[in-house]
Design a protein around this ligand. Structure first.
Ligand SMILES: NC(=O)C1=CN([C@@H]2O[C@H](COP(=O)(O)OP(=O)(O)OC[C@H]3O[C@@H](n4cnc5c(N)ncnc54)[C@H](O)[C@@H]3O)[C@@H](O)[C@H]2O)[C@@H](O)CC1
Ligand SMILES: Nc1ncnc2c1ncn2[C@@H]1O[C@H](COP(=O)(O)OP(=O)(O)O)[C@@H](O)[C@H]1O
Ligand SMILES: [K+]
Length: 448
């Protein structure tokens, strides 16, 4: 399901800080609610296309947005009804309720539905799961078009609890910024198409969704070495390392060496005996080393990882190489690419949602983390985060992680910040997968 690219992601606490800063700078909270309600009204107007609309309002400011939207839709001539769970409890919601001159029905069994339901029950203020009765009544509307205001009600916006909403949305209109729940499973898949209403808050950009243009292009000043010389160290399953090396070239490396393999998928890749590995690590032109694809834990892996760390070159560590390297990374610029199982093994003590765990792991290791999965999170030791939801589910097939490791190597080898390199690699990987689509096998990503 689509999500706005390069959009800020704020927790509920950060939203309240941004809201207060806005108020301090002269924009009243009622103006923010008016803008939010206007954005809800516009989206509902387009989704309803003339059909009747039922707006479900909660007691807080999420409900307030619903009352504002009802008033504006009524002024436009839409057939709009309002049903409330409880009287408004905040001053802003009370004022918004008072300005709605129509009837307010109760959310009870038998409440007549409408083709479009606007869910303005709870937003970032939800503190516990919805009551069973309410959840059951909401499920009764599941066959209607659903527009969720900020988040589908019942979802914990911060993504701390994976509470499932009784009424998954077709469209979720995020107010001011995305929230963690829009980009983390299991809730992200309940939000439908996520749209962003920029209501005028100045959102911190430490956490963002994936930028649209992530791939890098060569220019007139490029040559094979400054585009990046990549060394991929093969283990016993040389095919995985070959995929990584080929992906490295496809993703923009100028030169790829596959060490410890007899053959490579492209003639352009230099496949050579592992005996020259140490000499390759010493090559001043070498931009990055990838190690881990197809290389299970063994003494040999330990030696090869240690040599790469000692060489001080930027590293991409995948699979078993992650565990081997962990205690001794020591400031070497690196990208680690664990999937769920590898992350759990290496960072079993970390708690919190996937963003918090990825961040804590990055900070602990002093390296960039690509915590893979359908809701991939990229985290830097300084706290920066990019969330890559929704990716491409066609990537759920063997070997695509090896391809990603190679792409990371390519981006890292061309120089610059390891976090930017990781973001570029994840973007390249997802773009390539989307171009291929149905039937994708990992080899397609390198033939592309
Ligand atoms: N922060 C901002 O910058 C803006 C926020 N706005 C809206 O305000 C919302 C947040 O408003 P609030 O903080 O008032 O919070 P909510 O409206 O999300 O809900 C809070 C209310 O629900 C009650 N509650 C929480 N969990 C419940 C449960 N499980 N069952 C029953 N009652 C429950 C609380 O006691 C409180 O009365 C946002 O999601 C957004 O829709 C917008 O008006 C515009 C600007
Ligand atoms: N359901 C999914 N939706 C989107 N991307 C996925 C999904 N499942 C896996 N991926 C992506 O596919 C890749 C799989 O990597 P990994 O698990 O290491 O596989 P392998 O070791 O077989 O190469 C990762 O980039 C991951 O983010
Ligand atoms: K809502």
């Amino acid at each position: 399901m689509p999500i706005p690219a390069d959009a800020p992601i704020l927790t509920s606490a950060a939203m309240r800080v941004a809201e207060a800063a806005c108020a301090a700078a002269g924009t009243s909270l009622s103006e923010l609610m008016e803008r939010a309600g206007a954005a809800v009204a516009d989206t509902a107007w387009r989704m309803a296309a003339g059909a009747p609309i039922l707006i479900l309002c909660g007691p807080g400011n999420n409900g307030g947005d619903g009352y504002v939207a009802a008033r504006l839709l009524g002024e436009r001539g839409a057939a709009v009804r309002v049903a409330a769970l409880a009287p408004p409890a905040t001053d802003l919601a009370k004022a918004a309720r008072a300005a709605w001159t129509g009837a307010v029905e109760a959310i009870v069994d038998g409440l007549p539905p409408a083709p479009l339901i606007v869910d303005a029950l709870f937003g970032v203020g939800l503190t516990r799961p919805l009551a069973d009765d309410l959840a059951r009544r909401l499920r009764g509307f599941a066959d209607k078009r659903i527009l969720a205001v900020d988040v589908p009600s019942g979802v914990d916006a911060d993504g701390q609890h994976g509470w499932e909403p009784p009424l998954p949305a077709d469209v979720t209109l995020a107010l001011g910024a995305l929230k963690p729940a829009h980009v983390l499973l299991p809730t992200a898949r309940r939000c439908g198409t996520v749209l962003l209403a920029p209501i005028g808050i100045a959102a911190d950009r430490t956490m963002c969704s994936l930028p649209r243009q992530a791939a890098r292009s060569p220019d007139a000043g490029s040559h094979k070495y400054n585009r990046g010389m990549l060394l991929v160290r093969a283990g016993p399953m040389a095919g995985a390392a070959a995929l990584a090396a080929a992906a490295g070239l496809r993703a923009g490396a100028g030169y790829a060496v596959l060490s410890g393999a007899d053959e490579a998928p492209f003639a352009a890749i230099i496949a050579e005996d592992g005996a020259s590995y140490a000499a390759r690590l010493d090559d001043k032109r070498l931009g990055a080393v990838v190690i881990g694809p197809g290389y299970p834990a063994s003494d040999a892996l330990g030696r090869d990882v240690a040599a790469a760390i000692a060489a001080g070159k930027p590293l991409v560590l995948d699979a078993a190489a992650i565990d081997v390297a962990l205690p001794r990374l020591d400031g070497t610029p690196a990208i680690l690419t664990p999937h769920e199982g590898e992350f759990a093994r290496a960072f079993s003590d970390l708690a919190g949602n996937k963003i918090e765990r990825a961040r804590a792991a990055a900070e602990r290791v002093g390296a960039v983390m690509i915590y893979k999965g359908a809701d991939t999170i990229i985290a830097a030791p300084d706290g920066r985060v990019v969330a890559a939801w929704p990716g491409s589910p066609w990537l759920a097939t063997a070997g695509t992680g090896d391809v990603l490791a190679g792409a990371c190597g390519a981006m890292l080898a061309s120089g610059g910040d390891a976090f930017d390199a990781a973001v570029a690699a994840v973007g390249w990987h997802i773009d390539a997968a989307r171009r291929i689509g149905p039937g994708l096998v990992a080899d397609d990503l390198i033939r592309d």
